[in-house]
Design a protein around this ligand. Structure first.
Ligand code: 3JN
Length: 340
């Protein structure tokens, strides 16, 4: 018999994404029966609110998941690596926000607007992966174009906000901005260089091929979600001094010719996408407008005049919401609609 309400565990509850997951469960009135908030020993004891009631964050251990139906995970990658399989085996379906399982062929990697059907394979490990934030907002816009004209190649450059790194990075940018204005010493702890008034072409670690891990996540996850390994993808990921929302300059080459107007038409009907594209009035997607919103905003849609079938566009979304917490809760909604 189908349950009416579900026992939900939030792992990594004290982090930026964990906090947002709790808010989104409340905002979307997710049918929560018992809520369990989990974190490492550092976060345990913190008090957090859900629907007007206070919850104390507990230390996550091997026994945390007995009797829980859904686990929304956003701890560090190594923590997910250890605890997601434990939770899965205990019958708690994990929706994991880290990269630990994204490329595992037995784990679906889901963006509900793009590949909801792929969730069907979740029971192999009882784990569903939430893609990287930069990938999510890009594929929401790419999928309807791919369906209409088959995308052959994608060249993306990102402008990623500091909230993608977490609360400490948000504080670091604030402190550095104040230090610059007050002509004080600039302190660095989170990033290898000053982030205030600067751009860092370096997100996550560098790999043998000269790309960063963040860049290769965008390459590999895009192919898996779009279910097409023939799409060629190349990425440059850049951290910019913005607090919330990631922006992306995306160039695509399609098999079939599409005009800019056709792309606008396709995207205006795409789920989760809002076209903001009126350059004459200086209207285009902006990080400060996307922050706190659920949609992915697309603008600056124009033909790439250097090739026969090319399109350029600018894609902006709230990295903590659609890029992480909201996408995870949408996956949980799909799961309970169809399977639990
Ligand atoms: O930097 C960003 O804007 C997004 C960061 C994502 C991130 C940070 C640390 C570890 C991830 C991720 O989601 O890919 C991971 C990871 O799980 O590998």
């Amino acid at each position: 018999m189908k349950k009416e309400k579900y026992n939900v565990a939030v792992a990594g509850a004290t982090g930026a994404v964990g906090n947002e997951m709790i808010s989104i469960l409340e905002q979307r009135n997710f049918p929560v029966d018992r809520l369990k908030l989990l974190a490492s020993t550092r976060g345990a004891g913190t008090k957090l609110e859900f629907k007007g009631k206070q919850y104390t964050v507990e230390v996550m251990d091997e026994n945390s998941f007995a009797g829980m139906d859904i686990g929304l995970f956003s701890p560090g990658g190594s923590v997910s690596q250890k605890f997601a399989p434990i939770a899965g085996k205990a019958g708690c379906v994990v929706i994991d926000n880290t990269s630990a399982f994204r490329m595992d062929p037995e784990v679906p990697l889901i963006v509900p607007e793009v590949n909801a059907h792929a969730i069907a394979g979740y029971h192999k490990k009882n784990i569903i992966a939430n893609p990287n934030c930069s990938t999510i907002q890009m594929v929401v816009a790419l999928k309807p174009i791919h369906d209409a004209a088959r995308i052959k190649r994608v060249v993306v450059s990102t402008y990623q906000s500091v909230s993608g790194t977490g609360k400490r990075a948000v504080k670091e940018l604030e402190n550095q901005i104040l230090a610059v204005y007050n002509q004080q010493e600039i302190k660095r702890e989170v990033y290898p260089h000053q982030i205030a008034f600067n751009c860092l072409p370096h997100i996550d670690v560098f790999l043998e091929n000269g790309y960063t891990k963040e860049e290769m996540k965008m390459v590999n996850e895009t192919k898996k979600i779009m279910e097409d390994d023939s799409i060629r993808v190349t990425a440059t990921t850049v951290r910019v001094p913005v607090f919330y929302s990631h922006s992306e300059s995306v160039n695509i080459e399609t098999e079939k010719k599409l005009t800019a107007d056709e792309v606008r038409e396709i995207l205006s009907k795409a789920p989760g996408v809002v076209v903001v594209d009126n350059p004459k009035k200086s209207e285009y997607p902006l990080a400060i407008h996307a922050a706190g919103k659920d949609e992915t905003f697309v603008g600056r849609i124009r033909e790439d005049e250097s090739i026969p079938n090319g399109i350029n566009m600018w894609i902006v979304s709230d990295n903590i919401r659609k890029g992480a917490a909201l996408n995870a809760v949408q996956i949980a909604e799909l799961l309970i609609q169809k399977y639990l």
